[in-house]
Design a binder for this molecule. Sequence first.
Ligand code: PRT
Ligand code: ZN
Length: 286
Amino acid sequence: MEKIIRIAVQKSGRLSEDSLKLIKECGIKFYNGTGKLKSTSTNFPIEFLFLRDDDIPGYVSDGVADLGIVGENELVEKNKEVETLKKLGFSKCRLSLAIPKGEKYTGIDYFEGKNIATSYPKILGDYLQKKNINAEIHEISGSVEIAPSIGLAEGICDIVSSGSTLMMNGLKEVEEIFNSEAVLIANKELADWKKEIVDKLLFRINAVQKGKSNKYVLLNAPNESLDKIISLIPGMRSPTILPLAQKGWSSVHSVISEDQFWENIEELRTAGAEGILVVPIEKMVI
Ligand code: PRT
Ligand code: ZN
């Protein structure tokens, strides 16, 4: 049998686009026709299963899939035994408690004896228990935010991103109980040959992520300020310095984090740097 691993990704929804983008940035090619439930890469030993996100933790813990990409909220709620290999930095959101806008919020005790609608009974239950609050959890699978206005519950616990859904439904966020982003998960008992393929994939994901958080910087500087400039943009090993055609000037090339660039931009200019270019990096291996 051909040695390939299987990864479960969301078929369509808030995770799918970024999940597939990451796979593509890793140089992995595959055909993703609409309605397809399975696809095999043409240049990497991996097969894709396109599923509902709710099913991904279970498929990975059962070993039907070796890997999966899912939101931490779904992972913790489903409470399945899997290994989290990596946070992926997209589909960021929070799980929050919200109440009608007109109500006065008095702190977490507000929820004592109240009825809360949610699709996340486990995360909410654990949170309330930790806070010593007795509240009734009303589990519903969708449109949680309308529960208070139709008299189904006095508060809700749901995913919030921009906050506009809460606002449109006359609700206000009062407690943030869980922060989530997409994660790469793996079955806990992968065979060694599968681990080798997973390591290759992780190597590529790391290169893509490093590339994204770093920039290639090029600038011109008078030679007398090179020491100062090198200290501001030290680069991976050290910057590349090339002489300009104009005497007494050099071109400096370096790789630094975007944050570091913004922190040092004023000092770079004060030190005499000119013609500063900041260029994105597609992949970075160090
Ligand atoms: O069909 P399937 O079961 O696969 O998808 P789904 O409908 O269950 O999930 P989907 O695609 O909506 O979300 C997948 C994952 O994306 C979630 O599990 C979260 O990890 C993450 N995510 C990020 C979000 C949001 N942002 C988000 N805003 N999931 C849901 N929302 C919803 C939220 O439920 C609420 O209705 O968006 C609304 C709030 O958004 P704002 O911007 O108005 O605050
Ligand atoms: Zn879902």
